[in-house]
Design a protein around this ligand. Structure first.
Ligand SMILES: Cc1cc2nc3c(=O)[nH]c(=O)nc-3n(C[C@H](O)[C@H](O)[C@H](O)COP(=O)(O)OP(=O)(O)OC[C@H]3O[C@@H](n4cnc5c(N)ncnc54)[C@H](O)[C@@H]3O)c2cc1C
Length: 415
């Protein structure tokens, strides 16, 4: 047994001889990517431990509109109805405004869904983690992972950390999944390098408002900005502004508070919305990310894999992070299932996961980076149209996938 601590040396340890029970998979991070991966693995009958340092329900830094591909995944997994039953309004109308011209459309029925939804993360993530627990995953909150155990051959064989009381926690597993978001401890521990870095030019800020009708999603493209309204739980809407980091910082420099800066910025990016909001109430502080990185990490190595933001981060301007996480959770769960069942060599299965992930994310990643550069409005609108086509194609591809397990097939018929 080594005595290296995370602070004193590299955040990994050799396998501790005290490991008694070895699980199939330990997943670090229990939100979009982690809870979905654990859910799907558990439905395949695998022995999964899912850990998160938070205790759910807990919020996280994110707006939360699910693009159609994400809605398709929830439906395929039999969870969409539970999300709607939680009080997240079904959104059937989208208004897109560019250069002062607005077009309102009703959502078409496509890829098995005729609605979008923007559930609060503390509700959505809790529902998916609960579903994972109901499927048999061992879900442990309040567990902070500090590093990854490696065997003598350098293969990941578990994780170590501590619980809320400070007591040491060790989980041994045949595979370690890092679904621990931007700043992933697992990615650092295994040395998962960045394989494509596209910079971090964009910012996204948001706050919740109440007291007004929210008939649908609103998207407003203007010079160097994209602003929007996502109707969500409790009669509130998430009001957000995406734009260049420099503009967001500039707005803050010229205001006494974040809230004043947001209001002033909104008057520039979406003046009609800013005036309308005067009749409502702001229900939360303004929060957000002022510098949003766009990069891809290597997604696998001996005994480990990364899913969601841990392996792939992109600007929020396309609102696609949850959909990415749900898509890749399924790709990874399928690869791990093949490896655990002995159908495929583990390294080949995980290499296949990365290949599929890198192929599946490419078009939307490129569009995201282009949109986050905030070209002139006509070009921004052309990119938005390309994005809409890419999302439709992705949703159709996901909807055409076979159910993952007999349980999914049954759930799909009742969703
Ligand atoms: C401002 C903003 C707006 C966004 N808007 C949208 C949107 O509208 N639609 C959309 O689809 N996407 C949006 N996104 C992106 C989306 O939030 C992410 O892509 C998504 O949360 C990724 O999910 P994840 O499970 O990979 O990671 P996360 O949601 O970051 O979850 C990681 C989890 O890992 C846990 N964790 C971290 N480290 C450890 C550790 N050491 N030990 C144990 N647990 C750990 C954390 O507690 C957390 O629960 C937005 C992002 C931002 C920043």
């Amino acid at each position: 047994m080594t005595t290296e601590s995370a602070a004193a040396g590299p955040p990994y340890k050799r396998l501790m001889p005290s490991f008694r029970q070895r699980h199939d998979v330990v997943v670090v991070g229990a939100r979009a990517a982690g809870a979905a991966t654990a859910l799907l693995l558990a439905r395949h009958g695998h022995d999964v431990v899912l850990v998160d340092r938070s205790s759910f329900p807990a919020d996280t830094l994110s707006t939360h509109q699910l693009a159609r591909p994400g809605v398709v995944q929830l439906r395929r997994w039999g969870l969409l109805q539970a999300v709607l039953d939680s009080g997240a309004p079904a959104v059937r109308q989208v208004t897109f405004t560019a250069a002062g011209e607005s077009v309102t459309r009703t959502l078409k029925h496509s890829a098995g869904v005729d609605l979008l939804v923007a559930p609060r993360r503390y509700i959505l993530d809790t529902l998916v983690a609960q579903a994972a627990a109901e499927a048999g995953a061992d879900v442990r909150f309040g567990v902070t992972v500090e590093g990854v155990h490696l065997d003598d051959a350098g293969r990941a064989v578990g994780v170590y950390g501590h619980d809320r009381t400070g007591a040491a926690v060790d989980v041994a597993a045949r595979f370690v999944v890092g679904a621990d978001g931007l700043g992933s401890r697992v990615a650092r521990a295994v040395g998962a390098e960045i394989i494509e870095d596209r910079g971090a030019p964009g910012a996204a800020q948001y706050a919740y408002f109440a007291g007004l009708p929210w008939p649908g999603i609103e998207l407003i493209a203007a010079d160097r900005s994209f602003t929007g309204v996502f109707p969500t739980h409790h009669g509130e809407a998430c009001i957000w502004i995406c734009g260049p980091t420099a503009d967001a910082r500039d707005a803050r420099r010229h205001a006494a508070s974040r809230e004043d800066a947001f209001t002033a910025y909104l008057h520039r990016t979406a003046p009609e919305l800013a005036v309308r909001l005067r009749a409502g109430r702001r229900m939360s502080p303004v929060t957000g990310m002022l510098r949003t990185p766009n990069y891809l990490r290597r997604a696998h190595g001996p005994g480990w894999a990364l899913a969601g933001d841990a392996g792939y981060h992109r600007d929020a301007v396309t609102g696609h992070g949850l959909s990415d996480a749900y898509r890749d959770a399924e790709l990874l769960a399928t690869a791990l299932h093949q490896a655990l069942r002995g159908d495929l060599d583990p390294d080949a299965a995980l290499a296949g996961y990365q290949r599929r992930r890198d192929g599946a994310l490419r078009e939307v990643f490129d569009l995201t980076v282009a949109l986050a550069g905030y070209p002139p409005v006509p070009d921004f609108v052309v990119l938005q149209k390309k994005l809409a086509r890419a999302l439709d194609a992705e949703a159709a591809e996901l909807a055409a996938r076979p159910p993952l397990s007999p349980e999914d097939e049954h759930l799909l018929t009742t969703a």
